[in-house]
Design a protein around this ligand. Sequence first.
Ligand code: B12
Length: 337
Amino acid sequence: MSSGLLVDSVAEARERYWDAVASDDAGAALEVARGRLADGDDVAGVLDALVSQAQRRVGDMWAEGAWTVAREHAATAVSDFVVRSLRNDLPAPDPLRPALLVACAEHEWHSLAALMLATTAESAGERVVLLGADVSTQALQGALLDHPARAVLVSSSLTSSLTQVRRHVETSTSARVPIVVGGRSFDAAGRRARALGATAQSHGLPDLGETVRSLPVRVPPQAVMRGEAASEAAQLSLRVPTLGRQVMARLVDTAGAGADQGSAMWDVVCDQVPTMVGTVAGALVTGDPSVLSDAVAWLRAVADARGDGEELVDALLEAMRVVLRDYPLGVAMLRGL
Ligand code: B12
């Protein structure tokens, strides 16, 4: 599309954007996004209507087995380029304004969401310090010391990141700074965000400005979580790599012989082992079994879309029940599935 032409409807722009993403054409994708801005849409609206939608579709294409992981990465790179370019076009914010610290949970590599948050907030005149992917407790503490902060915004896509989100809640509130959480791992009703002690949850980009404006200036500190479930979650999340290897070994023993180890679903299930183990911790720390049941339902849907592997999902859950035997509350949740 040439830059002079109007993109006359959101639906049409969305399809043009998707075509550009799917054909790896970053220039064309940026042109569609800039076209929407020229037509009067704001940055939050453009990111929401084009980039969020496209990324969801990217995930669906992979889940259905229609796209490889490499294709998924290429498509994400196009949207990453678009968002960075739009961010680059924004005027510099007031350097004296208290900053919004935008971070992903520790071990969380879904950084495009954080980049979109940063861009949306900057387009509304906020000063943002973008800490990016996989932000450790120490890194967040350092940033809180380095910058007078209005709030911390944490993004978490993986259900296995919820325990790490809680650590950011403790870190941020220990400096009395409000913390807003969001991302795919949260539920629409805000139950998980409340359980983690977040000051607020915001779902989409369009309501981010209002959420930030309505935050208190200071919040009370949230002490380290106590109780059996929280302590099981903390121990489990620290041992995810080891437990993941043990689950994997058991899966190979029990399901490996019968299953086609060359099948696409075998690869998917093996890839998901650490996420699923960490998801048990996520369900425990939020006291919300649906964290686990949603993740399992998603895995079953992937198996279903690919036409095989339901029994592999069952074998994975059985291996987890055996390997996680020292985590009785987690096993009880696994039994309840
Ligand atoms: C792209 C992608 C990746 C890329 C990310 C690259 C990048 N630079 O971000 C890479 C390749 C790194 C990746 C890796 C993995 N991924 Co991935 N990934 C995706 C995918 C396809 C899109 C994510 C994305 O870009 N979303 C775009 C943003 C805009 O959408 P969003 O996250 O929903 O955020 C919106 C709102 O929630 C909100 N928001 C988000 N955060 C916040 C925070 C605040 C404070 C606020 C107010 C709002 C807010 O604003 C956004 C705009 O609307 C999703 C599928 C999907 N449907 O989301 C899977 C997905 C999230 N990944 C998944 C998985 C399992 C993985 C891996 C474990 C796979 C593997 N085996 O390696 C790893 C984990 C890596 C890690 N430790 O983090 C699963 C998660 C399942 C689960 N149970 O949690 C999904 C759902 C898989 C899928 N295909 O459907 N992934």
